[in-house]
Design a protein around this ligand. Structure first.
Ligand SMILES: [Zn+2]
Length: 336
C-alpha cells in the first residue's frame, strides 16, 4: 500500500510519521527533542535514525517536509534556521531525494501548516485562506485558489511584520509596532515585565493604557511566577488576564487589537474566505478572540466578507501539512 513519509524539523523537536495515502491515521509516529547543542549534522542524524526506524525496509511513495525557518520551496533549499546552527543553504530536498529515491516537497512551517489546514483541517473546502500562527513568533501562509502563494521570493504572508503602530516598541526586525512585537507570546511577556519592573520602558510601551493603582494590577501575574518576572510567558499573561489581572488584560487586549488590525487590512488586500489562527493563541481565551474578530471587522471594508476560526490540527499540524505537500508534489496523488 502506498504511503507518505512526513517529517517535521521544528527547531526544538524533530518528528517523523508515516500514513497510508487517503488515511487520516498515522501508521507509525516518532518524535525526539533536538539537543540544546544541536547543529545541522546532529539534526540530520537524528532525523535519519527516526526515518530508518519508521521505514524498516519499506519505501514511501513520497516525502513531505516542514521546516521551522525560511525555505526556498522551489528548490527545497533551507535558507537558515533561527534555532539550530549550520542550516544555511542546505539542499534538504536534494539530500532526501538522493538518499531515498522518491519525490520530496519541502516548505517552511507556516506555509506547511496552511496547507495542512487547507487539506485536512479548518480550511477544508475553502480555496482561499490565510493561516496565521501566533506563538513565539507570528507567521502566515497563504492558500490562494487551492495552492500555496509564496510570492516572488518566497516571502509572502509575513503578517507578523506588518506595522500596526508606527510609534510602537521596536521589533527584532528593526521596525516599530509590528504585529509580532505586540502579539507574540515572548513579546507580550516582555511588555508586561517591563511595565512591572518599571524600568526605562520606551515611551511607546506606556501607550498600553494602564490603570495603575488598581488593586489587581499585575498582582495575579506576580503571583503566578512567585514574583520572578523572568518566568513570565505569553501563556501566563493569558491566564492572569482570565483571572482578572488588569495589566495582563490590557497587554492581551493590545495583542488582540494588533492582530485584528492586521487581519482587517489583509482582508481588504486579498479578500480570503477564511483566516485560520493556530499556535499558542488557541489558549488565549474567548475575550481575546472576540477582540480580534471585532477589530478585524471594524478595520476591513464593510463589503469584505471573511471568517476568523481556530486551527484544528494541533501539535501534528506540521506533519499533516508535510503529508499535504508530499501529495501536491506528486501529480498522480493530487486527487487523493
Ligand atoms: Zn517586526
Amino acid at each position: 500500500m502506498a504511503f507518505i513519509l512526513a517529517l517535521d524539523f521544528g527547531g526544538t523537536k524533530l518528528a517523523a510519521a508515516t500514513v497510508n495515502i487517503g488515511s487520516r491515521k498515522w501508521l507509525r509516529y516518532e518524535r525526539r527533542l533536538s539537543p540544546a547543542s544541536a547543529d545541522v549534522s546532529t539534526d540530520l542524524e537524528i532525523m535519519r535514525s527516526l526515518i530508518y526506524s519508521l521505514l524498516e525496509d519499506a519505501k514511501p511513495a513520497a516525502i513531505g517536509v516542514s521546516f521551522g525557518g525560511p525555505v526556498d520551496a522551489s528548490t527545497g533549499t533551507v535558507r537558515l534556521s533561527h534555532h539550530v546552527a549550520g542550516w544555511e543553504n542546505i539542499p534538504l530536498k536534494g539530500l532526501l531525494e538522493d538518499e531515498f529515491g522518491v519525490p520530496v516537497g519541502v516548505d517552511n512551517d507556516a506555509n506547511i501548516a496552511a496547507l495542512g489546514e487547507h487539506r485536512f483541517g479548518a480550511g477544508q473546502g475553502y480555496d482561499s485562506l490565510f493561516y496565521i500562527t501566533v506563538s513565539t513568533g507570528v507567521g502566515g501562509g497563504w492558500i490562494l485558489n487551492g495552492k500555496p502563494w509564496r510570492g516572488a521570493g518566497g516571502m509572502a504572508g509575513e503578517i507578523g511584520h506588518i506595522v500596526v503602530d508606527p510609534a510602537g516598541p521596536v521589533c527584532l526586525c528593526g521596525k516599530r509596532g509590528c504585529v509580532e512585537r505586540l502579539a507574540s507570546g515572548p513579546y507580550m511577556a516582555q511588555n508586561v515585565r517591563e511595565i512591572l519592573e518599571n524600568v526605562d520602558a520606551p515611551a511607546a510601551l506606556r501607550r498600553v493604557p494602564q490603570r495603575r493603582g488598581g488593586l489587581r494590577d499585575g498582582e495575579v501575574l506576580r503571583g503566578l511566577v512567585g514574583n520572578n518576572l523572568e518566568l513570565l510567558t505569553g501563556q501566563l499573561v493569558a491566564e492572569a488576564a482570565a483571572a482578572g489581572d488588569d495589566l495582563a488584560k490590557e497587554v492581551l487586549h493590545k495583542a488582540a487589537w494588533a492582530l485584528g488590525v492586521a487581519i482587517g487590512n489583509v482582508a481588504n488586500l486579498m479578500n480570503p474566505q477564511r483566516f485560520v489562527l493556530g499556535g499558542g493563541v488557541m489558549k488565549a481565551g474567548a475575550d481575546f478572540w472576540q477582540v480580534v474578530r471585532q477589530v478585524a471587522r471594524e478595520t476591513a471594508l464593510p463589503e469584505v466578507d471573511f471568517e476568523i476560526v481556530p486551527a484544528v490540527l494541533g501539535d501534528d499540524a506540521p506533519l499533516w501539512g508535510a503529508v499535504a505537500i508530499a501529495l501536491i508534489t506528486n501529480p498522480q496523488f493530487v486527487n487523493e
